[in-house]
Design a protein around this ligand. Structure first.
Ligand SMILES: Cc1ncc(COP(=O)(O)O)c(C=O)c1O
Length: 367
């Protein structure tokens, strides 16, 4: 599985395409986010979808995270198996497979489910009640992303409905303020949007409390909003995910500095035949086809000498434009648009320190 990859080898000798994670940068990111969460007085529950590596889950807990956030059933199960002390599954547990998985994992660790409706959790509640369980549930509130989440004005009605379900116990409210990313490079506007999302969620929590509903947890989560939303008084938890690796989309809007990006896709130039571009061996199966906040359709930005932009990709071909003096065989290091999508394309990634391979991590829960 790790054919051709040996601890101690120079990263320039790695077979390509390959994801290389800079261990020092990643460890710095883990530690800095933990210190920040402590400083602003909120619990840290990183979203694990970014790396899906058990090693990173452990590092985050060692640095003070109270547990993790998961998106998929596979992530939730993998985190439970990896010994995460608490998993918030921020996705409606709809369908019998998700219900069975929740009940199975709840025997190994704390599993908290997220929902924006009573109907999405009724079957889970019935199944849990039959086993004498009370699964913690959090009510999702839409603070601007308009993906899932109850409208703030409907929160009391849905919360009352959740309280009426045996087999569940309502423990809080949450939001994913992902719309902050879409604001782009306007830092003050982004900051204000993050604060507004946090304030709205706290306001909803206060309305629920005024109705006699206990709301211990008020949880926000995103990397572009992490400097704003969790700083609102009343927020108790932050769930950033991308911060741990960083990516070009965060660099482009100014939420992460280029020096703090721990992930790169290493590739080789395999053709310079067409005059208008060089072809590298990393296409969308190496870098994903996640969009670019540059708005120009690129799939990656070159960070090695020679520069350039991977303007588009086929499955195993990346179209590199603007590279200075490209030659077949040259190593090209690419900063991908979106770290989470890239990790999900690979079954293992290389960890390096000072340009030398120090470890190989399995990417778990890809499906
Ligand atoms: C529910 C939820 N929480 C937290 C996050 C983490 O956000 P980011 O990737 O911006 O760090 C995400 C990302 O999609 C999410 O969906």
């Amino acid at each position: 599985m790790n054919a051709g990859i040996v601890v101690g080898m120079d990263v320039v000798d790695l077979p390509t395409p390959v994801v290389v994670i800079d261990r020092d940068v990643l460890e710095r990111n883990v530690s800095a986010m933990s210190s920040y969460a402590r400083h602003i007085g909120v619990a840290l529950r990183p979203h694990w979808k970014t790396t899906k590596a058990a090693e990173v889950a452990q590092m985050q807990v060692d640095a003070g995270a109270i547990g993790h956030t998961a998106a998929t059933q596979a992530e939730m199960l993998a985190l439970a198996a990896a010994g995460s002390p608490s998993v918030f599954w921020a996705y409606p547990p709809v369908g019998s497979a998700r219900i069975d998985a929740t009940l199975a994992a709840a025997g190994a660790t704390e599993v908290i489910v997220g929902t924006d409706s009573v109907s999405a959790v009724t079957e889970l509640a019935d199944a849990a009640a039959m086993r004498g369980l009370a699964i913690p549930v959090r009510l999702e509130v839409d603070t601007g992303l308009h993906r899932t989440g109850v409208a703030p004005d409907d929160a009391v009605t849905v919360a009352r409905g959740l309280l009426g379900l045996r087999g569940l116990r309502l423990t809080g409210v949450w939001t994913h303020e992902g719309h902050v990313q879409g604001i782009g490079a306007d830092g003050p506007r982004r900051h204000e949007a993050g604060l507004a999302a946090g304030r709205l969620l706290v306001q909803v929590a206060d309305v629920l409390r005024a109705e006699g509903i206990d709301v211990p947890c008020v949880s926000v989560g995103s990397t572009p909003g992490v400097r704003s939303a969790p700083t609102v008084p009343g927020i108790t938890e932050a769930r950033p995910g991308t911060y741990v690796l960083g990516d070009e989309n965060q660099v482009a809007i100014g939420t992460i500095s280029a020096d703090d990006v721990a992930i790169a896709v290493h590739s080789r130039i395999v053709s310079t035949e067409p005059a208008e571009w060089a072809i590298i061996d990393a296409g969308i199966k190496a870098m994903s086809s996640d969009g670019s906040t540059h708005g120009d359709g690129r799939i990656g930005t070159v960070v090695s000498d020679g520069g350039g932009v991977v303007v588009t990709g086929h499955e195993e071909h990346g179209f590199l434009r603007g590279a200075a003096d490209p030659h077949v065989g040259d190593i090209v290091r690419v900063r991908p648009n979106h770290a989470c999508g890239v990790m999900n394309m690979h079954s293992r990634v290389v960890v390096a320190q000072d340009g030398v391979v120090v470890d190989v991590w399995r990417v778990l829960a890809r499906h």
